[in-house]
Design a protein around this ligand. Structure first.
Ligand code: SF4
Ligand code: SF4
Length: 301
């Protein structure tokens, strides 16, 4: 695959929540983290994946007839999908009239994406919007991301925003800054051990990159996913407050825990490790972080 081609799992238009104005958000596949609460589990693997939604399936067998790998079978307990056998070729998807199958992730070229988002140029101009590149973690496809930002920022002249957890060597991020108008910086926890336990990786590089971003000239909005029993304790909130105050990033968006992506775990045959009914301490988080002199907004789903 060339540097101008990457794996995209969605492009959403008319987004109001991923930066200023009305935006198109391009979602790249692949992520170095595997957060237990992830709302887009299909974003974590860089490769395309077949998603099977059993509650929509009528067991008609149409997909089984066309699958070259026998990845779908009909057993005593109904239809069964074996992701280990699936090659994500997508052949079965158009044969399912119930919408029980979808392919997450396809190869796209930066020009193709540029053409698609340019159709919304007028609304970007009128609203002060643009394009946000999100994921997954866009830095997981760093060469493609660079080529995409060059197309969107330099060629199309659009306002560009990167939604990132900054889990990458600093030079990778630094290289992108001239082509970015805004960084949405996700910080999940200040403690390395807790971060490692709940996301699968430590946060030392993320915290170091947050400092460097704060020192750079790019506009940064910090996003904190507020997850019950992970980062909503007074101790954790206080650590966020002190750090963000110290480095001078004072615009914070809280993203409260939600379970909108739950059905996707079943569709990918993945386990969901958290208890869906639990709510984070949102009011307490807003009060505590405001107490540090930070400007807090809450992201509403
Ligand atoms: S995507 Fe291809 S390999 Fe996978 S279940 Fe469908 S037809 Fe079979
Ligand atoms: S084609 Fe769709 S409805 Fe029919 S068995 Fe396959 S997934 Fe189920």
């Amino acid at each position: 695959m060339s540097a101008t081609e990457g794996i995209v799992f969605d492009i959403q238009h008319f987004s109001l929540h991923d930066g200023p104005g009305v935006r198109s958000t391009v979602f790249l596949k692949g992520c170095p983290l595997s957060c237990l609460w992830c709302g887009n589990p299909e974003s974590q693997d860089t490769r395309p994946q077949l998603m099977f939604f059993p509650h929509l399936c009528a067991a008609c067998g149409a997909c089984m007839k066309v699958c070259p790998r026998q990845a779908m079978t009909l057993g005593e307990n109904g239809p069964r999908f074996d992701p280990g056998r699936c090659a994500a070729c997508g052949s079965c998807v158009p044969h399912c009239l119930r919408g029980a199958r979808s392919l997450s992730g396809k190869s796209m070229d930066v020009k193709e994406i540029g053409e698609e988002v340019r159709q919304h140029w007028r609304i970007f101009q009128q609203s002060g919007g643009g394009v946000t590149v999100s994921g997954g973690e866009p830095l997981a496809q760093k060469n493609f991301l660079h080529a995409l930002l060059r197309e969107l920022h330099d060629e199309a002249g659009l306002h560009t925003c990167l939604d990132t957890c900054a889990k990458a060597p600093w030079p990778v991020l630094e290289h992108l800054l001239p082509r970015l108008d805004l960084v949405l910086l996700d910080i999940k926890h200040m403690d390395d051990t807790a971060h490692r336990k709940w996301t699968g990786a430590g946060n030392t590089d993320i915290i170091a990159n947050a400092r460097k971003l704060a020192e750079s000239s790019v506009d940064v909005l910090v996003r904190i996913p507020l997850i019950p029993d992970f980062n909503d304790s007074d101790e954790s909130l206080s650590a966020f407050g002190k750090f963000l105050r110290e480095i001078g990033l004072d615009r914070i968006e809280i993203m409260p825990y939600h379970t909108l992506g739950l059905s996707k775990y079943r569709a990918l045959d993945k386990d969901y490790a958290l208890s869906p009914g639990v709510k984070p301490r949102l009011d307490e988080a807003v009060d505590m972080l405001t107490g540090f002199g930070l400007e807090i907004t809450v992201h509403r789903h």
